[in-house]
Design a protein around this ligand. Structure first.
Ligand code: ADP
Ligand code: MG
Length: 152
């Protein structure tokens, strides 16, 4: 199955976020990989706003995590780029964040070491011409189901 998406502009990234939001609604862990400027925070914004958040979505680069309390749903958006040591995550009470019903979107997951849970889905963004290419891989049975429900 081809699990790549050509995203010609920012609105295409937001639309993929919308589709992912539908699949993540019951909870799940999404890793976002790709260089600075690849579009990870843009995609996160697409997901979080589709889940019902009407305000801005800030990049949590300096805070490590931005929580969103939405009707019937808790969403945590992580950016671990500036994390020096995975142990630092202990101080922000990270273990409370990963209840099964929550949505966790994690930029720079490699920096979290063993402190973060395994993903249901891994999405990599890279530049492709003036746009972006998104490649998705499932890493759990739930992730496999989510992946199968995305449409181009
Ligand atoms: P990251 O979080 O990966 O560092 P950002 O989400 O901050 O990246 O995005 C960097 C830039 O990429 C933003 O200006 C955004 O508008 C742009 N962008 C996002 N998706 C696309 C796309 N599919 N095509 C072109 N530009 C995009
Ligand atoms: Mg970012």
């Amino acid at each position: 199955m081809d699990t790549t998406f050509s995203l010609s502009d920012e609105s295409a990234t937001l639309k993929l976020g919308q589709q992912l939001a539908v699949q993540l609604r019951a909870g799940g862990v999404l890793y976002l990989q790709g260089d600075l400027g690849a579009g990870k925070t843009t995609l996160s914004r697409g997901i979080i706003q589709s889940l019902g958040h009407s305000g801005a979505v800030k990049s949590p680069t300096y805070t490590l995590v931005e929580p969103y309390e939405l009707p019937g749903l808790r969403v945590f958006h992580f950016d671990l780029y500036r994390l020096a040591d995975p142990e630092e995550l202990e101080f922000i009470g990270i273990r409370d964040y990963f209840d099964p019903g929550t949505v966790c979107i994690i930029e720079w997951p490699d920096r979290g070491g063993d402190m973060i849970p395994p993903p249901d889905l891994v999405l990599r963004l890279e530049k492709q011409g003036n746009g972006r290419l998104a490649s998705l891989v499932a890493n759990s049975a739930a992730g496999q189901t989510m992946l199968g429900r995305l449409t181009k």
